[in-house]
Ligand binder design. Structure first.
Ligand SMILES: [Mg+2]
Ligand SMILES: [Zn+2]
Ligand SMILES: [Zn+2]
Length: 276
């Protein structure tokens, strides 16, 4: 089997329920991180769907991560039956689904060179069954992500489902995203204020804020010496020197002379002036 390297940061996209927009959030996140020159892999451990759907979640994720769709979700984890995956498996007469197998497939399926970020989209809500022996919370326990994004609806019923899911996720670094939030809608505004004031939560309402939260988790490296930023004693780079190391990975940059000056480029992260 080819070598698999765990992403430097692992993000799980979970939901308070199905149809809250997990896939939409996951694809916008993958796109946004790739636009900022990060390397990203997307995974869907198992998916069930309506046979009439033109595109599955894995198709959507693969179209933005640039990976083959069978890398995003292995073909034997596609269940063309709109039920929770273990029920769909039963209904289709397929093998039972065990969480340990899903976890092993994710763990062994990353690219050989660790991507900066791995984005794993779960199915259904956090307590929806993903296998015959476990649910979303159990999968999160096994994945040990750096961040769980709890995608919630912004409208009626969201206070209950957010409070319940946040309680279920206790102990995991979690950020709540109120998807489809419309500041013109009084209910949305009141739901947000309630979660902030009464529940001491800090829900996000925009994808750009989520991208910012993930960027805040990324390690940074000194562009002078290439050491992790926290380990650099300073003074390693004369003031007007071009960067010699990539701030995303610490790798030595290839520097070429161009008509406008010098251009420094990391083989994984592209030209350095593209960073924002
Ligand atoms: Mg989805
Ligand atoms: Zn340094
Ligand atoms: Zn780099």
């Amino acid at each position: 089997m080819a070598r698999s390297s765990r992403p430097h940061r692992l993000i799980v996209i979970a939901g308070t329920a199905t149809e809250v927009g997990k896939t939409w959030v996951a694809t916008r996140l993958v796109e946004g991180l790739r636009e900022r020159n990060l390397t990203v892999s997307a995974r869907k451990p198992a998916q069930s769907f309506d046979e009439d759907d033109a595109l599955t979640d894995a198709d959507h994720l693969a179209s933005v991560s640039g990976e083959p769709v069978d890398d995003v979700c292995p073909r034997h984890r596609w269940y063309p039956m709109p039920m929770a995956p273990p029920m769909a498996a039963d209904s289709l007469g397929r093998e039972p689904i065990f969480l340990g197998e899903l976890l092993a497939e994710v763990r062994d399926g990353w690219p050989g060179r660790a991507p900066d970020v791995g984005v794993v989209e779960l199915a259904g809500g956090v307590r929806s069954p993903l296998g015959h022996d476990g649910d979303g919370i159990d999968l999160i326990l096994g994945l040990a992500p750096d961040l769980v994004v709890l995608v919630a609806d912004a409208g009626l019923g969201t206070i209950h489902s957010v409070r319940q899911s946040v309680a279920d996720l206790a102990g995991y670094p979690t950020v709540v995203l109120l998807n489809r939030y419309d500041p013109v809608t009084e209910l949305h505004r009141r739901n947000l204020a309630w979660l902030v004031e009464r529940e001491r939560l800090d829900p996000l309402v925009e994808i750009d804020s989520l991208i910012g939260s993930v960027l805040d988790l990324m390690p940074t490296y000194c562009t002078g010496c290439g050491r992790p930023a926290a380990d650099c004693p300073g003074g390693c780079s004369p003031e007007l020197d071009p960067p010699r190391h990539c701030p995303r990975c610490g790798r030595r940059l290839a520097v070429t002379i161009v008509p406008t000056g010098v251009q420094a480029r990391c083989r994984d992260h592209g030209p350095i002036d593209d960073w924002s």
